[in-house]
Design a protein around this ligand. Sequence first.
Ligand code: SAH
Length: 342
Amino acid sequence: MEKKDIRSIKYEALTEIVKGYGEKAFRANQLYDWIHVKLVESFEEMGNISKDLKSKLSDEYMIYPVKKVTMQESKIDGTRKYLFSLHDDQLVESVFMRYSHGNSVCVSSQVGCRMGCKFCASTIDGLSRNLTAGEILGQVYAIQRDTGERVSNIVIMGSGEPFDNFDNVTDFLDLISHEKGLNISGRNITVSTCGIVPKIYEFADMEFAATLAISLHASNDEKRKEIMPIANSYSIDEIINACKYFFDKTGRRLTFEYSLIVGVNDKDEDAKELSDILSGLNCHVNLIPVNPIKERSFESPSKEGALRFKNKLEKNHINVTIRREMGRDIDGACGQLRRRFL
Ligand code: SAH
């Protein structure tokens, strides 16, 4: 039988498991602390847990490994890109960024991705598999161990579509925000989706107050279909309605990501149409000059081009910033994470 990933088990369930072995409930507290605060990578490292309990646990569970294979550091901004290997030799990438407001980790939610966005490297070889909640956590824990620095912000913007791995991603959110774990609050977490509408509703109903970021990238459905296959399933109208619902449920302002691609979505009329769609919505637009990937010939706008687009939006009273790109020299920027093979 394949062993289960104990790092994926939520606090309440862990308590039940421990009680099931005839142990006192506080043992669950100790276990959770070893796994989610002391960030151990094996049962052997757990000092105050009895040999007996450890051996019972290790018959059924293990801590799925998330092992550093390589780490590259950007010469421009100190951003680090990590390549991790998993128990089945699959590989995922994660990025560590230092900001004035704290350290942020960008985690992957899947090995590869099946969404097929034309401008993104993560989807080029398709989806290999979902990550467990523990493997998503493992990226953060490994980075915190490696850097020795506290991670205070999480963005789920690595490879994969988080809402295509909904249950594991929401378990991850529960585990990482738990007061007995790293205790990173929803306010410091951003979940980015290409817009799987039913899952936006489901997420809103959980009332988990994270920031929801929507990868919009186009101001009408026809254009969006050209670059994002998901647009064939859900219209921009449906996305906006789901966003309104999310705001009503959580009170959290939405973020819209818009990768500027020369000749595709960067014209004045695009800015105008985008302003119309978003007017009246409590939101913020994040412009990302598209990062080049070698398989595609998409062109990134000049600084002036991006500023011009930004000004157009601002004139229409839309909150907008141009994303400060981190780690572009190490292929660690948005859309540059990809499946790699050993
Ligand atoms: N699947 C999720 C998570 C990926 S997040 C989503 O689609 O939101 C990464 C963000 O970077 C998304 O907004 C994605 O659309 C954007 N992106 C992808 N490729 C990019 C590229 N080459 N340049 C700039 N942004 C890109």
